[in-house]
Design a binder for this molecule. Structure first.
Ligand SMILES: *Cc1c(COP(=O)(O)O)cnc(C)c1O
Length: 456
């Protein structure tokens, strides 16, 4: 398979040309989805007995299929949580693939895992966790949250009386959907503190005290959010840390989106208390400029995680003995075979230095403040709440949910922007509003102005 023939050389040059073009363009075409049947009609049969050839397949991809995707790094893509991988990290993602490194065990992946661990040390240093804290890169925040909650439950189950109990966790309405989804995977119950605004120590305390005695015994963890996905709100981490300490509960902070802001001096104080977490989730593929996919889970005491995750098997034993020489990422999260997905982050950090990362995150925060000012000055627009981290929730006076939806589709159709509506919950009321989430430092004030103007 590895003999180099001319076709392969040409293919490689074609691919590199495409990649260079793609990463040097700051405003790629804002593609749109088509129905699968339409796409099928356009590309025809691509999987055949004899193959259709690389050139044809690549052309179909470039000319048809790629155009049916939204480039998530487009400067006017402000929906969901955008991404903006550095050019260096994208190039190194190619290197990561070409190097065929198995990232489960040090014995095979040492050099690659070493790089990941250097990047991880920087991430851990941002959290302020104590000296032994460490983590691993995962496929994303969902896998990181699951890995952390499984470690939490494992520790709780050590007590004999908990061995047959179904676990219970507390989080808030503002928490990410993956917390509930992963609790389902674990067959764990979730009780929600009923606020989309910050979860305070008081709210949490009330919730714990409102539990029936049997439920109190089932409670093993609290999941706080370090930057809610919808509104960028950071829970009262210090207060929650105290309560978790008091009740001997595992304290997990889901900072999948907000974690990048730990690097930003201007907002770092909002995360005070995170240094007391038992585990933390951060997604480098959100606000730390890594390509998909790259999440991270960090543990205060990695040995706890190892007890939950280390897989046993006769063919795996060799990886665990002294001759294997080191750290095995698969011992600390749910996945065995894994891509060294922290490698692109490592290269980009090594190349640019951490100051560039700080500056790029600060730019996202700045854009949110700028947008807030522009909205504040506009007579038909109104902030729903002050911008939090890089999220801005705002309303267009007089608009119904349909107006927001039509506006989103129109802008998308015209290739102008992708900005989607969301709901904001206040009391019993769910209001449809508009939302910006800034990640990409290439987004300009003009981009924001153009989008706001389209609401007039
Ligand atoms: C995005 C997000 C997740 C899920 O992360 P994935 O990488 O999409 O799996 C979890 N929690 C929060 C707070 C998030 O913003």
């Amino acid at each position: 398979m590895h003999t180099i023939d001319m076709e392969l050389v040409e293919m490689t040059l074609d691919v590199m040309k495409y990649v260079l073009g793609r990463i040097s363009s700051t405003s790629p075409e804002l593609g749109q989805p088509k129905k699968a049947e339409e796409l099928k009609k356009l590309v025809g049969e691509t999987i055949t007995d004899k193959g259709i050839g690389g050139e044809k397949a690549f052309n179909l991809f470039k000319e048809v299929l790629m155009k049916a995707t939204v480039p998530i790094d487009h400067p006017r893509h402000l929906a969901f949580v955008p991404a903006s991988p550095t050019r260096a990290s994208i190039m190194f993602d190619l290197v990561t693939s070409a190097s065929s490194i198995h990232g489960a065990y040090w014995m095979e992946g040492a050099g690659g895992i070493f790089c990941e661990n250097e990047a991880m040390k920087w991430l851990v240093s941002l959290t302020g966790l104590p000296k032994n804290a460490f983590g691993v890169f995962t496929s994303g925040g969902t896998a990181a949250n699951l890995s952390a909650m499984v470690a939490a439950r494992e520790q709780w189950r050590k007590k004999t009386e908990n061995q047959n109990r179904k676990g219970l966790i507390i989080t808030s309405v503002g928490a990410h959907s993956s917390i509930k989804a992963m609790a389902k995977v674990m067959d764990v119950d979730v009780h929600l503190v009923d606020t989309e605004d910050l979860m305070t120590a008081d709210f949490l305390d009330q919730k714990i005290h409102s539990l029936a005695i049997d439920d109190r015994k089932r409670l093993f963890a609290v999941v706080a959010t370090g930057g809610t996905t919808n509104a960028g709100i950071i829970d009262d981490l210090l207060g929650i840390a105290d309560i978790c300490g008091e009740h001997n509960l595992w304290f997990h902070v889901d900072a999948a989106y907000g974690g990048g802001a730990l690097a930003a001096d201007s907002v770092r104080h909002l995360f005070n208390g995170i240094e007391r977490a038992d585990s933390i989730t951060i997604d480098p593929h959100k606000w730390l400029f890594s390509p998909y996919d790259c999440g991270a889970v960090i543990y205060k005491d990695p040995e706890q995680a190892k007890k939950a995750h280390s897989q046993q098997g006769s063919y795996l034993e060799i990886f665990k003995d002294e001759g294997a020489h080191g750290f095995n990422p698969s011992d600390y999260q749910i996945q065995l075979t894994r891509r060294v997905r922290g490698l692109p982050l490592w290269f980009s950090l090594a190349m640019h230095g951490t100051d560039r990362y700080k500056a790029a995150v600060e730019r996202g925060l700045e854009l949110a403040i700028l947008a807030g000012h522009m909205i504040g000055k506009n007579p038909v627009l109104e902030l729903v709440r002050e911008p939090s981290l890089s999220c801005v929730l705002f309303r267009r006076k007089g608009w119904s949910p349909d107006d927001y939806r039509n506006w989103t589709y129109k802008n998308h159709r015209e290739g102008l922007a992708l900005v989607t509506p969301t709901k904001w919950k206040q009391g019993k009321n769910h209001e449809t509003v508009s939302r910006f989430c800034f990640i990409n430092p290439d987004t300009t004030e003009d981009d924001i102005r153009v989008i706001l103007d389209s609401m007039m």
